[in-house]
Design a binder for this molecule. Structure first.
Ligand SMILES: [Zn+2]
Length: 389
């Protein structure tokens, strides 16, 4: 019968090893493959790991590898603390049909001893594991995706009809920080659609009411409140800390400001607007094209713009469009699926019909067209022509 040392030696002779220098090159390249897998136990992983590595503890490796690396020809590098467990793991993956598996000799101990960069991971608490289990059960989200959401931040422009469902579902989904900007107070006419608020909060600032509702849904959440209107003076400062902007503004001047500032900052915007029985939705990607001005280069003259108070809106409509905004924001954060970038979704509630229009970048667009230096875009405060929605 073989001793442990003999068994380890014979296993290592049957697998390929790599070293920390080669793994450092993989980390620096930022390429999606080879996939680096940390197969240590949780108490080891939480103290630090190699940036870019995916953690799957040794005991769960065979069961989870197909979710993380579905294609068996994808190269995989495994590491543990010293290079023994990862050698056994490499042999096991070979037996599962993985064609290019290597174990990092010396493991994480050698990595740290060489002074190479490492990170302390964000890990979920037991409460969070329970709360988000229906997310983490989805292989496309998993623990890593949920942690991305927890570390992400989204800014809702407006705590009204669109901002209500989008912020509530983002809070429930575990997006860690939600910003709310709105200068208004809760009014009885809001309650037909703005489900963040309730009858007891009439007269209170909408951002305060929003914070109460959102933190009631998810006490982990950080809420950043801005009880003000966006202007050319504050828009850069307000948008800058957030990963994704959810534009639920009820007026043209804010939409242009958000578009132009987001282009300067390289932030993605999930845009929606509503009118009577119809809603529109699209995503302006972080790369900035096509953008809102490709769609509408200039605002309509004030006399032609619909007055929101007179126009009226079906109460459920912003609910539908705001939920679609939350869906797109989550996809943007997770890098999942296909967003509406380059497509305009138009919803007609009366016909219960969704249509899709292709959006093209306008080479002459004043903010994202050919030769435009986005850092030099000038922010414009258009005359306000639609107050309440
Ligand atoms: Zn444009």
């Amino acid at each position: 019968m073989a001793s442990y040392q003999q068994y380890l030696k014979s296993t290592k002779s049957e697998i390929q090893e790599t070293d920390t220098t080669a793994v450092k090159r993989v980390v620096d390249s930022g390429a999606p493959s080879p996939v680096i897998i940390d197969c240590r136990e949780k108490d080891e992983y939480v103290q630090g790991y190699i940036p870019g590595a995916i953690w799957i503890s040794r005991g769960l490796l065979e069961g989870k590898i197909e979710d993380v690396v579905p294609d068996r020809s994808t190269p995989v590098i495994l590491y543990c603390a010293g290079g023994a467990r990862s050698a056994f793991a490499a042999k096991s993956l070979q037996q599962l049909g993985y064609l290019d598996v290597k174990s990092m000799a010396g493991g994480y101990t050698a990595w740290k001893r060489s002074g190479l960069p490492w990170k302390v991971p964000t890990v979920m608490t037991p409460d969070q594991e329970l709360r988000y289990s229906r997310h983490t059960l989805l292989p496309e989200v998993g623990q890593a995706g949920q942690i991305k959401l927890l570390e992400a931040s989204a800014l809702c422009i407006g705590a009204g009809g669109l901002g209500s469902p989008s912020s509530m579902y983002l809070a429930a989904a575990g997006v860690g920080t939600i910003g709310m900007i709105d200068d208004d107070v809760v009014d009885a006419t809001n309650l037909q659609r703005q489900i963040l608020h309730n009858i007891d909060r009439v007269g209170q600032p909408k951002v305060d009411s929003a914070e109460k509702t959102l933190r009631g849904l998810n006490p982990d959440l950080k809420v950043k409140k801005y009880q003000t209107r966006l202007t050319s003076d504050n828009v850069m400062e307000v948008l800058a800390p957030f990963d994704v902007i959810i534009d639920g503004a009820d007026n043209f001047q804010t939409r242009y400001l958000v578009n132009d500032a987001a282009l300067k900052l390289g932030k993605p915007v999930v845009h929606a607007s509503i009118f009577r029985f119809e809603g529109q939705l699209t995503v302006f990607p972080a790369e900035g094209s096509p953008c809102y001005r490709c769609l509408y280069p200039e605002p309509p003259p004030p006399e032609e713009a619909p007055s929101c108070q007179e126009a009226g809106v079906l109460g459920v409509l912003p609910g539908i469009m705001g939920l679609l905004q939350a869906t797109e924001a989550i996809k943007v954060i997770l890098g999942l699926g296909q967003t509406l970038a380059g497509r305009l979704l138009v919803f007609d509630a009366l016909k219960m019909r969704f249509r899709e229009l292709k959006l093209r970048r306008d080479p002459k667009c004043p903010t994202c067209g050919d030769g435009v230096d986005r850092s030099k875009i000038e922010l414009i405060d258009y005359v306000q022509f639609c107050a309440g929605a």
